[in-house]
Design a protein around this ligand. Structure first.
Ligand code: ATR
Length: 300
């Protein structure tokens, strides 16, 4: 049943937060406040910096203070799964949670909306259906693990999981083997050099860009008109996006996925799925304005 604000309640009755370390950069308050306005469901949304060794204490304090749910970001997504009384099937499959719903009568619920956010951004945001397509997923860390289950459920013909350290990819492939069988998706593992060629969709879930490098995969992995999506955005996504554009692919950053995973989280928290498109446009506008003002800021 969809939650609604009973008459007389205020945003203070609906407290949420994003928890991470670092957290100052998080766009979650902007996104969730925009959803709340769109849906007419007031919320109070905060950024909370959790000490690296104090995630559980931080969540408990927020819950005791009336917090109803948290979005969880790096590096706490694995811990978040372990804290919950119940886990959604998609969080279980991912082995990580990006949200904890704290106002459940039978204990905290861990869920993971990252993969659904990615799939929606590919299909609705970029307009590329996944059914029957060949997908190359680069990376085998937490970001890739969160995406793989929903990607498989979207019904591509094949998903190849390519990673620098092959055993890490093999481990994720093993945990998703039954899921892939059930959806009749061919799931394979490779290194970067032997990933194959001409994929329809290439998703970068590695953190290689953070080191300022494009992912070391040959351009032949991109089929004609392929979609190449980096889960990161801003400067971190640029090396991959430049690499993809130079090879003639359609390049997309991770902002759409960020907004879509938040929309799905809002659905879990409040029972209403907001529309991501206007919020994504507003967020892009805000980032562009920040970049422009940084470019003209006087040196100090
Ligand atoms: P996240 O939560 O962002 O997924 P992670 O769990 O640390 O972070 O995973 C990082 C991923 O990026 C891994 O797949 C990692 O490859 P390894 O499994 O070989 O460590 C990948 N990665 C990090 N730096 C990389 C680089 N310079 N080149 C290629 N892959 C890189």
């Amino acid at each position: 049943m969809a939650d609604v604000n009973p008459p007389g309640t205020t945003a203070d009755a609906w407290r949420y937060a994003v928890l991470g370390n670092p957290i100052a950069h998080s766009r979650s308050p902007f996104i969730h406040e925009a959803f709340a306005r769109q849906c007419g469901l007031p919320i109070r949304y905060e950024r909370v910096l959790s000490p690296l060794d104090g995630f559980e204490t931080t969540v408990r304090a927020f819950a005791a203070d009336g917090g109803r749910g948290v979005n969880v970001t790096v590096p706490f997504k694995f811990q978040a799964l372990g804290l919950a009384a119940r886990r959604s099937a998609r969080a279980q499959l991912a082995g990580a949670a990006n949200i904890l719903k704290l106002d459940e009568p039978d204990g905290w619920l861990a869920d993971n909306t990252d993969g659904v956010g990615l799939v929606r951004d590919i299909e609705r945001g970029a307009g590329v259906p996944l059914v029957g397509r060949r997908v190359l997923l680069l990376g085998a860390g937490g970001a890739a693990a969160g995406a793989l289950g929903p990607l498989i459920a979207a019904g591509p013909a094949q998903v190849v999981l390519a990673n620098r350290t092959r055993p890490n990819a093999e481990s994720i492939a093993r945990s998703h083997a039954a899921w892939a069988d059930r959806h009749r998706v061919a799931l394979a593992v490779s290194g970067f050099d032997d990933a194959g060629k001409a994929f329809d969709i290439v998703v970068n879930a590695t953190s290689s860009s953070l080191a300022g490098a494009a992912v070391p995969v040959p351009a032949r992995v991109l089929g004609p008109g392929a979609l190449a999506l980096d889960m990161m955005y801003g400067a971190a996504a640029e090396p991959f996006l430049r690499w993809a554009q130079a090879a003639g692919a359609s390049a997309r950053d991770g902002l759409g996925m960020l907004v879509e995973q938040a929309a799905e989280a809002f659905l879990v928290f409040r029972g209403v799925l907001p529309e991501a498109t206007p919020v994504l446009a507003a967020l892009r506008g805000q980032l562009a304005a920040e970049a422009a003002s940084a470019a003209v800021a006087p040196e100090t």
